[in-house]
Design a binder for this molecule. Structure first.
Ligand code: HDE
Length: 704
């Protein structure tokens, strides 16, 4: 920067007169640009409030000469830009979030003093962030992965953070193992890949040597890990928590979220292709639904049980690799959550939000689950580095929405201006300094267990396979096939044969048929030996509540239908199908070879929402192909159009067709079944589009 005066003057750059004329020239240029953009705008200033006259050009010595160090406007702008990134979350880096509210519909006042759970009808503001776990902040939305489901309740008694996942169990029993688990699933440290994927040696090496993870593996290999939409996932607090009444009596509680739209997943091939077709598929889906006023909603449920109930369970509820079947302790719905507002700013809110399982309000308390106990430390610690100091609770998205005051002072990025002399307690100098209150948080007086201090895993945590078996055997036939195929897919990416064998050795304890299917899928000559098991697994009563297909709602609510049209398409059919799909709750989008749309047979131009090559059928739940005979013949030779129908067929979606579409369907090898319907019959199309055609799968895919 700013070397004084170039010696050689370029011939083509005549020197202008110094003074205001130069500024006036660039001002004129800026005015031209701004006139095109329109609007009335406040003055642009620096961070010090100094008005800026030229935001297009840095300060130069001569028109083609060096830039001057003096240009404080340029320096401030670039310096701020250089510091725009903060460390991304080590896990759950990729996330999407929205504001909304929680409304209590049934009081838990018998069990807790927490106002959040006792004031029926009251709406508590929430900020909810969904995330994938393994990938970085810029990774795609649809890998096979667990989804984070974190809710910050801004209650009148302080913030309560329910930092959960979309799966009710976890991989490990002890926080001590978390860094190992995460290091194993993240990209391998020497090569820097794979990104956002568990299908590699280090992850399965760790799993094969960690039998407690096998139950969670069943879930992670199920279709729960490839959701269709964030609006269609369940959420779980996982650990047991305690509810405390006014006398301090405790009841254990597990927290559940249930999507109003029902559970729904993609099929694996679709999830893989979605990663390319739309890396932001889930974020966009959530954004579009909220912008359209179709607010995502969840029921909030609790499972309540006592210490005595827990003593009778054939597992230890303090072990995070175990769930409590709903058939054993029924779920009571006590409220609902609606997400109705997209954040104003992604960084300020979605990126800077800091959840912490230790954020808890009076009337709720922790259990001794060793995973939860470790989490109580980790989150505040990680926020200190991620958000740069101890005052991140003052960032608006993190700040309580009730009054809060204490004697903590100073530190990086202190935004408050506490008044007065008193920053300690007890004190007598000021009558209004904050003091402890009888309404304050109290811990449950949990009696200590018998036994000695030590690095000990309780014997009640030793059964690693019974619930993995329970989960697998509770699934429908297509879901079992998907689990087996997912394990085969993942292990096929594992280069080290003994790792593959060790995993199958665990599966032998889960289900003999599953182990055989996976061994066959991997081309193993014989079943490897069963893994050593400390405890013989037991057969638990199957729990249909663990299925996805069983909990899927046949509905078009929240789903999207794509209509592929071209010049000459039947305008009447387009109109009728759109009307029928929208009446059933779907969002309808028009796809055409050109974004300008198509001229239909009524002579009118219909604008397209997506261009065919960039809007594959993968992004829709069902499609209709409505073409004139000429267009049908033309598109049968176009690979994007052929893929459009072939993928809709392969992903078990309903397809409506008319006569003109026949050549295209033929080129895409689309077969015939109950989901492939004539477009004339809008009712039949809507009925087929409400679900996936599971029977079709056997015809077109080799599953394990
Ligand atoms: Fe987390 N987890 N976790 N986790 N977790 C984080 O905190 C951690 C665990 C979960 O949208 C981190 O702010 C440990 C279980 C969600 O911002 C970190 C252990 C469950 C989110 C952390 C666990 C979760 C996180 C990283 C084992 C489901 C994202 C960034 C003891 C009940 C929240 C951050 C958001 C984030 C630690 C296990 C859910 C490092 C040590 C079990 C949804 O603090």
């Amino acid at each position: 920067m700013a070397a004084r005066k170039p010696t050689a003057k370029p011939a083509a750059a005549p020197k202008k007169a110094p003074g205001p004329s130069r500024d006036a020239e660039s001002r004129g240029h800026a005015d031209e640009l701004h006139q095109q953009a329109g609007g009335s705008h406040p003055p642009l200033t620096t961070n010090q409030g100094i008005p800026v006259s030229d935001n297009q050009n840095s300060l130069r010595d001569t028109p083609r000469g060096p830039t001057l160090l003096e240009d404080f406007i340029l320096r401030e702008k670039i310096t701020h830009f250089d510091h725009e990134r903060i460390p991304e979350r080590i896990v759950h880096a990729r996330g999407s979030a929205a504001h909304g509210y929680f409304e209590l519909t049934k009081s838990l006042s018998r069990y807790t003093t927490a106002k959040l759970f006792t004031e029926v009808g009251k709406k508590t503001p929430v900020f909810t962030r969904f995330s994938t776990v393994a990938g970085g902040a810029g990774s795609v939305d649809t890998p096979r992965d667990v989804r984070g489901f974190a809710v910050k309740f801004y209650t009148s008694e302080g913030n309560f953070d329910l930092v959960g996942n979309n799966i009710p169990v976890f991989f490990i029993q002890d926080a001590m193992k978390f860094p190992d688990l995460i290091h194993s699933v993240k990209m391998e440290p020497d090569r820097g890949f794979p990104q956002a994927a568990s299908a590699h040696d280090t992850f399965w090496d760790f799993i094969s040597l960690t039998p407690e993870s096998i139950h969670m593996i069943m879930w992670a290999m199920s279709d729960r890990a490839i959701p269709r939409s964030l609006r269609m996932i369940e959420g779980f607090g996982i650990h047991s928590f305690r509810l405390l009444d006014a006398e301090g009596n405790s009841t254990f509680v597990k927290f559940h979220w249930r999507p109003k739209l029902g559970l729904q997943s993609t099929v694996w091939d679709e999830a893989v292709k979605l990663a390319g077709a739309d890396p932001d598929f889930h974020r966009r889906d959530l954004f579009e639904a909220i912008q359209a006023g179709a607010f995502p909603e969840w029921e909030f449920g609790v499972q309540l049980f006592t210490e005595e109930d827990a003593a009778k369970f054939p597992f230890d509820h303090l072990d995070s690799t175990k769930l409590i079947p709903e058939e054993l302790v029924p779920l009571q719905i006590i409220g609902r959550m609606v997400l109705d507002r997209w954040p104003d700013n992604f960084f300020a809110e979605t990126e800077q939000v800091a959840y912490c399982p230790a954020n808890i309000v009076p009337g709720i308390d922790f259990s001794n689950d060793p995973l939860l106990q470790g989490r109580l430390f980790s989150y505040l610690d990680t926020q200190l580095i991620r958000l740069g100091g101890p005052n991140f609770h003052q960032i608006p998205v993190n700040a309580p929405q009730c009054p809060f005051a204490n004697h903590q002072r100073d530190g990086h990025m202190q935004m408050q201006r506490p008044k007065g002399r008193v920053a300690y307690d007890p004190s007598s100098l000021e009558g209004d300094s904050p003091r402890e209150t009888s309404r304050g948080f109290r811990s449950h007086a949990t009696p200590a267990d018998d036994g000695a201090k030590g690095r000990i895993r309780a014997e009640s945590f030793a059964d690693h396979y019974s619930q993995a078996r329970l989960f697998y055997r509770s699934q429908s036939a297509p879901e079992q096939a998907h689990i087996a195929s997912a394990i085969v897919f993942e292990l096929s990416k594992v280069e080290t044969a003994p790792i593959r064998e060790r995993v199958v050795g665990h599966l032998r304890h889960v289900d003999a048929d599953l182990a055989q299917r996976v061994a066959d899928g991997l081309g193993m000559a014989a079943l490897p030996p069963a893994a050593p098991a400390r405890v013989e697994p037991i057969d638990m009563k199957p729990s249909p509540a663990l299925q996805i297909i069983g909990k899927m709602k046949p509905t078009l609510q929240g789903r999207t239908v794509g209509l592929l049209v071209h010049d000459g398409s039947d305008a009447g059919l387009v109109k009728a199908l759109r009307k029928a799909a929208e009446a059933d709750g779907a969002m309808v989008k028009i796809v055409a070879p050109k974004i300008g749309g198509a001229k239909l047979d009524d002579g009118k131009q219909l604008a397209a929402d997506g261009q065919l090559a960039g809007t594959p059928s993968i992004v829709f739940d069902a499609v209709a192909v409505l073409l004139s005979p000429d267009a049908g013949k033309q598109l049968a030779k176009d690979s994007a159009a052929v893929d459009f129908v072939a993928n809709a067929w392969a992903h078990l979606k309903a397809i409506a067709w008319d006569e003109g579409a026949q050549p295209l369907l033929k080129a895409g090898n689309v077969g015939r079944d109950a989901g492939v319907v004539e477009a004339e019959d809008a009712k039949a199309f809507v009925a087929a589009a409400r679900t996936r055609q599971w029977d079709r799968e056997k015809k077109l895919r080799m599953l394990a």
